[in-house]
Design a protein around this ligand. Structure first.
Ligand code: ZN
Length: 357
């Protein structure tokens, strides 16, 4: 069908795109003590600015400090917003690099601050709850958009499996939700390619799908969150960030299910984690795409991720409004929601028929 018949936004493919990728990843048990060595290429003798969440354990802070040749400048990141980004930027003059230590917020804040100042950024995740640990995207409040901004990927990612495995299981389950969402993100990308002629890269799409299939095919094993499972989860999350770097856009990682999640972020800002909302969105978008949504649902259940809106404190009307309006927050991104144009009635039917409400 022609673009004009579908009501798709024009999406001009320039015929080229830039791939930006992390250059090194250090993953293993107890590797936090190697941070100083890991940063040496960028930091040299200069100071290091560390953006860290308030919950980063004293033990981790001490390990970081003793690995560095000089005392780092700590900036506590309380929220993922532009104000915290500015606080990090204010400490950056004269530094060799910025490091984000924590869950999502400090990594996003540090990444954007480094991008704005053209400084190298290093990601040190303390949990594996989403793919922002490796992706070129930063999601912050106070920007001119409710979805992630294209920045640069981290130069390096240091993933200490001892630290990540000891994070609450809820965070790891949320990471599985962000991984499984690549199933519908890639379907949306394929649909957009057919309808609008938008660039589609099968390599990056397949890389993202491989990560999603880890959850789909091995959810029972993964849900135990033993050391080996955590390693696979972290590697899969890093790979999806790399897939976005290869695609030069968030397409392989973010589709209609992410739009749904971003809309919910606005309606119910304190409800649920990113990966939890994306996982619930994936169940419904999979049904719209004619995929095996029951398998998505049972895989999420097996890893302990929520499959019902009530589990994350979201009510029926918020789910319906997000389904109906999600595509309006990013009209240039053609997805199954652009094609199906849900009404209140059809959105309610979808949410109820998949057990989300
Ligand atoms: Zn995501």
């Amino acid at each position: 069908m022609l673009k004009s018949q579908q009501g798709a936004a024009p999406n001009v493919d320039p015929g080229y795109h830039l791939m930006e990728l992390p250059t090194k990843v250090l993953i293993g048990e107890g590797v936090i003590v190697k941070l100083g060595e890991f940063l040496k290429d960028s930091a040299g003798d200069r100071k290091v600015v560390v953006a860290a969440g308030p919950n980063v354990a004293v033990k981790i802070r001490r390990a970081i400090e003793s690995s560095l040749p000089r005392q780092p400048v700590w900036v506590e990141v309380a929220a993922a917003d532009t104000e915290n980004g500015e606080r990090v930027m204010a400490q950056a003059p004269g530094s060799g690099c910025i490091v984000g230590v924590g869950g999502g917020k400090s990594v996003d804040v540090g990444k954007l601050a480094a991008f704005r100042l053209h400084l190298p950024f290093y990601s040190v995740p303390t949990s594996a709850s989403h793919d922002g640990i490796s992706s070129p995207f930063a999601s912050l409040k106070g920007l001119d958009r409710p979805y992630s901004l294209m920045a640069k990927p981290p130069v390096g990612i240091l993933a200490d499996l001892d630290i990540i495995a000891s994070a609450p299981k809820r965070l790891l389950a949320s990471g599985c939700g962000d991984l499984i969402s690549k199933l519908t993100a890639v379907k949306d990308w394929q649909l957009a390619h057919r309808v609008t002629g938008e660039y589609y890269g099968s390599y990056s799409a397949n890389l993202a799908l491989m990560s999603a299939e880890l959850v789909l095919k091995r959810s029972r094993m993964l849900g135990g969150f033993g050391k080996e499972s955590v390693r696979e989860l972290v590697e899969a999350l890093i790979s999806t960030g790399v897939a976005a770097g290869i695609a030069g856009s968030s397409r392989p990682c973010s589709g209609s299910e992410h739009l749904f999640s971003h809309y919910l972020d606005m309606l119910a800002p304190d409800s649920g984690l990113h990966g939890e909302k994306c996982g619930i969105g994936t169940i419904m978008m999979a049904k719209l795409h004619g995929m095996d949504w029951r398998r998505v649902r049972s895989s999420l259940r097996n890893v302990g991720a929520p499959v019902e809106a009530a589990q994350i404190g979201v009510d029926e009307s918020q789910v319906v409004e997000s389904l109906v309006k999600a595509s309006s927050i990013r009209p240039d991104r053609y997805t199954i929601l652009s094609r199906r144009k849900l009404t209140v009635r059809s959105a309610l039917t979808l949410a109820r028929s998949t057990g989300v409400v």
